[in-house]
Design a protein around this ligand. Structure first.
Ligand code: CS2
Length: 494
């Protein structure tokens, strides 16, 4: 039995005998970035790049303070407090090599749920120069079909009337920016790192819509002073499992309550547009460009949409993980056909990027047998993801007369998935979606109204009125409901 060592600052010298640890003086760091939404992705991506910067380049003023705004963030708050911001990043290579490394860039964590003040103070602190976000596609509070800010949201209503007790990201940002303006401090940059096309522009439009209703003068100041760089972020980060925790304990005797696992690949392309300085991330491989939009579109429409294609079809077929889908020839061929025939024609040419090479690399990354990315993670919050990842492509192909069959089958499968909540073997599928009830209700009407599911305007806009689409969709839905098998249908198309 190994001696068990808890992960904390005091034990780092000991842990470093087996696992690379931060060697920079963590107690000398100051917080330059405040990050909202400290999930696995942030810890494997921005916090990883930052850790490298602190480790290799003597940087001291760009450490991170994590922020949680939801009740569910209590757990990460407790773990990071207990572990003094330290956690293990476990990089899993396709050949079986596993590289754990202790990350130290997060030096503080604050929960804004019951006491907003400490969060506002942190954002308004003179040292804070960037507030970055991974609040998920659904966190931006806009109507996916119109793109308009959703003022009906109860929390938004509350914070419009009570600017001092914010609940959502918008209330926190305006409260902190107001403090900065009133005390003559420069604004911070708001850097979205979510998988949304033009994520910075979306963050800007939403914040300004909100601020204009809350405080017009402040909105004008924000409009003038705050930069919102667009960015493309990429690293596949599956949900941490108990076996990841056990691996650290069994192999190294290390007790880490919440490590993060990820693939070796990492990419970050950001527009160089900051209000108040930025870390020299280019030193650790981040690409700064003047226009990130073509990169974003390529990634969302190939990687994220590709994930959703495998995820939804795989869930019904009974494949538990993305790599299991990639061991199935039918899925691989189908995915490549979707990429080549439907996603690629909607993309712009990108200098220096060969789309075929990019697509080949995606297939390899998806097939990494050690990542075991669950289809349930991919399918979670599909109502927020599919309009951006897939429906936009479908719509463009309808407009141009291009192929729509591969994406349409996924929409039909999504209806069946939302209705039945089980795979073809009768195993229940756990549906994690803020709109799960509405989706199921609409899907359940399919028997009497074949188009009921796609009549949900907030997701599908006017797709339900497009004859070419509805004809194909009807055919697919009827087929899937008849035999519950998705694979037969996929095979006839490839
Ligand atoms: C995934 C992404 O959310 C999803 O469905 O496609 O989380 C994906 O793994 C990341 O964007 C990879 O960079």
């Amino acid at each position: 039995m190994k001696n068990i060592i808890a992960l904390n600052q005091n034990n780092l010298t000991n842990i470093a005998k087996q696992i690379p640890c931060p060697t920079y003086p963590r107690n000398e760091l100051t917080v330059g970035m405040v990050h909202v939404g400290v999930g696995g992705f942030h810890r494997a991506h921005q916090a990883y790049y930052t850790n490298m910067l602190l480790e290799k380049f003597n940087v001291r003023d760009w450490a991170i303070c994590g922020i949680g705004l939801r009740k569910g963030d209590q757990k990460i708050h407790n773990v990071l407090n207990e572990q003094e911001g330290l956690y293990t990043l476990i990089v899993k290579h396709p050949d079986g090599k596993i590289e754990p490394q202790i990350m130290g860039a997060i030096i503080d964590f604050r929960l804004g749920v019951d006491s907003p003040k400490p969060v506002i103070q942190r954002m308004a602190h003179p040292d804070t120069k960037i507030v970055s976000l991974t609040i998920t596609e659904g966190g931006y509070n806009f109507n996916p079909s119109t793109g308009d800010f959703d003022f009906e949201n109860q929390d938004i209503q509350h914070e419009l009337k009570n600017p001092d007790s914010p609940k959502t990201i918008y209330g926190f940002l305006t409260a902190a920016l107001k403090k900065r303006r009133d005390s003559g401090l420069p604004a911070f940059t708001i850097m979205s790192c979510d998988n949304i096309q033009h994520n910075g522009d979306v963050a800007r439009n939403m914040l300004l819509s909100f601020a204009k209703r809350q405080d017009e003068e402040l909105a004008n100041w924000i409009e003038k002073e705050v930069c919102f760089p667009n960015s493309m972020v990429d690293r596949i980060t599956p949900v941490t499992t108990q076996s990841d925790i056990d691996y650290l304990e069994k192999t190294f005797g290390l007790q880490d309550e919440w490590p993060v696992t990820c693939e070796p690949f990492i990419q970050w392309v950001v527009e160089d547009n900051f209000s108040n300085g930025r870390p020299e991330f280019e030193k650790v491989g981040v690409q700064f460009v003047s226009d990130v939009k073509p990169y974003e579109k390529m990634k969302l429409r190939l990687l994220n949409a590709g994930h959703s294609v495998l995820g939804i079809l795989g869930a019904i077929h009974g494949h538990p993980t993305i790599n299991a889908c990639m061991e199935d020839e039918t899925f691989v061929t189908y995915l490549r056909a979707f990429m080549d025939e439907e996603a690629t024609p909607t993309l712009d040419k990108l200098e220096g990027i060969d789309l075929n090479v990019y697509k080949d690399s995606l297939l390899e990354r998806f097939a990494n047998p050690n990542i075991k990315d669950s289809v349930s993670r991919i399918c979670s919050e599909s109502s927020a993801k599919l309009p951006k990842f897939l429906i936009a492509t479908l719509q463009e192909n309808l407009d141009s007369g291009g192929s729509i069959q591969f994406a349409t089958l996924v929409i039909a499968a999504w209806c069946y998935y939302s209705d039945k909540g089980m795979d073809k073997n009768g195993q229940p599928i756990e549906i994690i979606d803020a709109m799960a009830a509405e989706l199921q209700q609409a899907a359940r009407q399919t028997k009497t109204d074949t188009l009921a599911f796609i009549k949900q305007k907030s997701l599908f806009g006017d797709l339900g009125q497009n004859e070419r689409f509805t004809k194909l969709y009807t055919e697919f839905v009827q087929q899937i409901y008849k035999d519950g098998s998705i694979k037969n249908q996929m095979q006839t198309m490839i």
